[in-house]
Design a protein around this ligand. Structure first.
Ligand SMILES: [Ca+2]
Length: 151
């Protein structure tokens, strides 16, 4: 009696509620979200920068602690862009749309240019922030960003 009972419940639970739902929704949603954010990144920089320049700029700072923001902005082509384009770039990097690039956004700076790029090291992030944060509020505003890009 006890064996037929446990057999029944184990058949009922996974068949109906456990197996079906997670299989259909979670991996699919994950894939869609990833594809969407990659597409958005690509499209966001598409009208502003060219892919080959981005690839080259990322390649130049592949190694940990080799990131140099002046070199990066020059190589990726942003340094030569109009004020409007620089504003567009700022809006992309300011992922939470707070109006500032905070330290956590700065750390993931390179990933705005390519989803597979590395995060900046803590030392790079701090140096980057320090170089741009002229009013000392601990984050980069649009004006501070524009100055850095043209530095
Ligand atoms: Ca922000």
């Amino acid at each position: 009696m006890s064996s037929s009972c446990s057999c029944r419940t184990s058949l009922l639970v996974p068949e109906h509620s456990l197996t079906r739902r997670p299989r259909l929704s979670s991996p699919l949603v994950t894939v869609m979200v990833m594809a969407r954010s990659e597409l958005m990144n690509k499209m966001a920089f598409a009208g502003v920068l060219n892919d080959a320049d981005i690839t080259k700029a990322l390649d130049e700072c592949k190694g940990a602690d080799s990131f140099d923001y002046k070199k990066f902005f020059k190589t990726c082509g942003l340094a030569g862009k109009s004020a409007d384009d620089v504003k567009k770039a700022f809006a992309i990097i300011d992922q939470d749309k707070s109006g500032f690039i905070e330290e956590d956004e700065l750390k993931l700076f390179l990933q705005n240019f390519s989803g597979g790029a590395r995060a900046l090291t803590d030392a790079e992030t701090k140096a980057f922030l320090k170089a741009g944060d002229s009013d000392g509020d601990g984050k980069i505003g649009a004006d501070e960003f524009a100055v850095m890009v043209k530095a």
